[in-house]
Design a protein around this ligand. Structure first.
Ligand code: ADP
Length: 492
């Protein structure tokens, strides 16, 4: 890493389909923006090529203007330019309606839409005379860039020095696309060390281990900054974390219609899919209420059956526990900031989690993560496994059970009672509460200890809030690892 500073700046172009805050569905959107910003801050040149969805949050785009038109495959494509969080973004607007559907995903022909976009994006780089050092693509949705580049573009003069980096954020989706991109990419990464080891035996990955690396995701310290956050009432850092969080909790209680009182508050911010441990989320809500705590869930389900199920649960809870339980079943970025700041605990009971940003953001706001650490499938009902299997693993391989671990949670959350040595080996203090297994008793084990400590050892708990805030889960280190990897593509 030391030698890198002497290297000339590189030009990196991301081709991606999610980007925070203009079109974020989950962690992929956060990472495209925050990794790009971190690398740009280290004086490299970074551009994003992005679909011009009709549902973009245009209020976050500045200097937005039309640039030019080109055509590819018989379709006119308008190119628009804009700045998003300080990044230069080229928006492609093909006049075939592919991105005028009111959504990012869920059109039935997503593979066709994004396949078209990937090809159009490479064509744009070629026709515009770009000479990037690195073309970085992400997950199944921009995986085609890897092979389209090698098949059609690498022989053009302007692009002959470009190398392709492919990042797997989640192997669950689009296994076929991912396998093919692994063959063609010059380097590939995934989002935590443990996940890279877990998936190493997968047939899509195994032949390519020589070019495959785990680099932990980070969070963007400017976007997630309790000292400078317009969605929370009092600015705070680790020096005044207790005062700052007290004010945020009061504002959150007011906003949710809760009783304003000194009760432990558990927050959950999650897409509601089986990956995220829906049955454990429900269990944790009722356990928190039994322990006389308050609980807020912010989440939405792409599957209407799951969404409906939560709407019913919300109706029940909002009448039985109006002053202590609130389910906000939509996507609400500002509210997420207030929940990160105003909660004592953030629960992440994912069944698997390649990295996970929620627990990292929680710590940045001085909230204590309560997470699932390992799997124990003997305790899960057959029905549940079948459901999970059907939903998520239809296309998976013989490594299916190895994939069922919340890898990123294991890498980043160290239990205050059980993981002292493991934390020390990372040069860290323990920072949260973990549980094993995938049933309610695991959740109880972690939540009981967390809430008991909150009641009985408040000084210790307050110092834990300060400790987690001071841990560095930013891009400071991972960005250097990416730059090193970008350089290494040239030697490959
Ligand atoms: P995934 O990418 O699998 O959804 P991550 O933990 O990597 O999971 O990232 C989730 C991101 O989405 C976090 O930034 C989290 O705060 C955010 N998020 C999830 N659900 C919501 C919601 N309903 N409203 C606002 N933000 C949400």
């Amino acid at each position: 890493v030391g030698g890198i500073v002497k290297e000339p700046p590189m030009h990196i172009v991301h081709i991606a389909v999610e980007m925070a805050p203009i079109a974020k569905v989950g962690g992929l959107g956060d990472i495209v923006t925050s990794l790009s910003r971190a690398v740009q801050d280290l004086n490299h040149n970074v551009n994003i090529v992005f679909p011009k969805y009709d549902c973009l949050k245009f209020e976050h785009v500045t200097d937005f203007h039309f640039q030019r038109c080109y055509s590819w495959d018989g379709t006119e494509i308008e190119v628009w330019f804009g700045k998003v969080e300080g990044l230069s973004v080229y928006f492609l607007d093909p006049q075939n309606g592919f991105f005028s559907t009111g959504c990012v995903y869920g059109c039935g022909n997503d593979a066709q839409r994004f396949g078209f976009f990937c090809h159009a994006a490479l064509e744009f780089l070629h026709q515009s005379g770009f000479h990037p050092d690195i073309i970085h693509c992400h997950d199944w949705s921009s995986a085609p860039v890897a092979w389209l580049f090698k098949d059609h573009y690498m022989h053009y003069d302007g692009l002959s020095k470009s190398r392709v980096v492919f990042t797997i954020h989640n192997l669950e989706f689009g296994a076929h696309f991912i396998a093919k991109a692994m063959v063609y990419a010059d380097k590939a990464t995934t989002v935590s060390h443990t996940y890279s080891k877990e998936v190493a035996g997968n047939p899509a990955i195994a032949p390519h281990l020589h070019k495959f690396h785990g680099i932990l995701n980070g969070i963007d310290l400017d976007i997630w900054d309790p000292f400078n956050d317009k969605f929370i009432p009092v600015s705070y850092n680790s020096e005044n974390v207790i005062e700052g969080k007290r004010a945020a909790k009061k504002a959150l209680q007011q906003r949710l219609g809760f009783k304003i009182s000194d009760l432990p508050l558990v927050g959950i911010i999650s897409r509601l899919t089986h990956q995220k441990g829906i049955h454990l989320i429900k269990h944790a809500i009722s356990r928190t209420l039994e322990l006389n705590g308050q609980v807020v869930l912010l989440g939405s389900a792409p599957d209407p059956c799951i969404q409906n199920d939560f709407v019913n649960l919300a109706n029940q809870l909002h009448s039985s526990h109006a002053d202590r339980a609130r389910l906000c079943l939509n996507y609400d970025e500002p509210l997420s900031h207030l929940i990160y700041a105003g909660s004592d605990f953030i629960l992440v009971p994912s069944i698997f989690e390649p990295c996970g940003l929620t627990q990292l953001t929680a710590m940045r706001y001085g909230s204590i993560p309560v997470v699932r650490k390992t799997g124990d499938w003997h305790t899960v009902s057959y029905d549940f496994i079948e459901l999970l299997f059907l939903e998520s693993f239809r296309k998976c391989t013989n490594t299916v059970f190895r994939l069922l671990l919340p890898q990123g949670l294991y890498d980043t959350v160290f239990d205050v009672d059980n993981d002292k040595a493991r934390a020390e080996a990372q040069g860290l203090e323990p920072n949260g509460f973990n549980f094993d297994g995938a049933d309610g008793s695991g959740v109880d084990y972690a939540l009981n200890r967390a809430i008991t400590a909150w009641h009985g050892a408040r000084d210790w708990f307050n110092s834990l809030c300060k400790t987690v805030m001071e841990q560095d889960w930013s891009w400071n280190r991972p960005a250097l690892e990416y730059i090193e990897l970008y350089h290494a593509t040239k030697k490959y």
